[in-house]
Design a protein around this ligand. Structure first.
Ligand code: NAI
Ligand code: 15L
Length: 267
């Protein structure tokens, strides 16, 4: 059994459920946290109900932990009040709690929407500057900078995963580029728990033939994706997003939502 004591935020969510299942019985401690119900604790699990917006509770949540997988937060576009609480304050509180507790590393669930305003035909990497497509995407770009502050200033290793579309299988043409299989998601988080890094931003994407993202930094850390969305191409290629902006830019449907900009500025 691995001696790491892990904290998983967002444990009641879609991706949290995948990791909970994959990590069951493998670590000395798997502390699961969310505001939503998480069911009963299994062997080696602790359940802690906690609002990430509450700094005092989050500080206690981080005590005795070696590594945090931070999935908790709002995963879609919405208003600032909610995003400020869950994603901005939540991420600050989490890193501050990690600092107080002497946590070794944090794996932060960022999103491709931190860079969603890039055109599909522009190859970018985790080193490309953010180009958020939404308030939600901006909270993720902010989280990547919080990660940098706590890595370089406070010695907490930080791996930011700009996750594409983590689904059982791709559900449309865009996902042939953005798909992250459940198995590759687990493999990438495992790399985050063991690899040697200071602050890295990589894409959470499978080895897709049509990927828009240069993920060599993830490969350097030891990530070896086993899946490629291409095997589903015949099934989903004809399923296109509804607007031209959504089809042409990496953030898909997040791009046209509230868009009032100049298309010629986007490249
Ligand atoms: P989800 O909505 O299923 O899970 C997120 C969990 O966070 C929920 O259980 C929710 O109750 C919890 N949460 C929200 N606000 C909270 C707060 N203030 N305090 C404590 N818990 C709170 O979302 P999903 O799909 O599992 O995503 C997990 C993370 O990965 C999110 O941060 C999301 O932005 C990111 N991500 C997910 C992608 C995907 O394909 N599912 C793609 C890109 C990023
Ligand atoms: C995300 O960041 C969302 O959390 C997820 O629900 C999907 O919309 C995903 O990005 C995507 O871009 O497909």
């Amino acid at each position: 059994m691995n001696s790491q004591r892990i904290l998983l935020t967002g444990a009641a969510g879609r991706l949290g459920g995948i990791l909970r299942q994959a990590f069951a019985g493998r670590f000395q401690l798997l502390r699961l946290s969310d505001v939503a119900p998480m069911g009963a604790a299994g062997e080696g699990e602790e359940i802690v109900t906690c609002d990430l917006a509450d700094a005092t509770t989050v500080q206690v949540l981080c005590e005795g932990i070696d590594a945090i997988v931070h999935l908790g937060g709002i995963p879609y576009e919405t208003g600032w009040p909610e995003l400020l609480q869950s994603n901005i304050a939540g991420t600050i509180n989490l890193y501050e709690g990690a600092r107080h507790a002497g946590v070794d590393r944090v794996i932060f669930a960022s999103s491709n929407h931190a860079s969603g305003m890039y055109p599909n035909d522009t190859a970018i990497s985790g080193e490309s500057p953010p180009r958020p497509d939404s308030r939600y995407g901006l909270t993720k770009a902010f989280g990547e900078d919080v990660a940098a502050l706590y890595a370089y200033k406070h010695g907490i290793r930080s791996l930011c995963l700009r996750i594409g579309s983590c689904l059982p299988k791709p559900d449309n043409k865009r996902a042939l580029s953005t798909w992250l299989s459940h198995g590759d998601f687990v493999r990438l988080v495992e790399v985050g728990l063991t690899a040697d890094y200071v602050h890295e931003i990589v894409y959470g994407v499978s080895g897709n033939t049509r990927s828009w993202w240069d993920n060599s930094a993830a490969y350097r850390l030891g990530y070896e994706p086993r899946d490629d969305a291409e095997i589903y191409a015949a099934e989903v290629e004809a399923i296109e997003l509804g607007t031209e902006l959504a089809r042409q830019y990496q953030g898909g449907n997040f791009v046209p939502e509230e868009f009032s900009g100049r298309k010629e500025w986007l490249g």
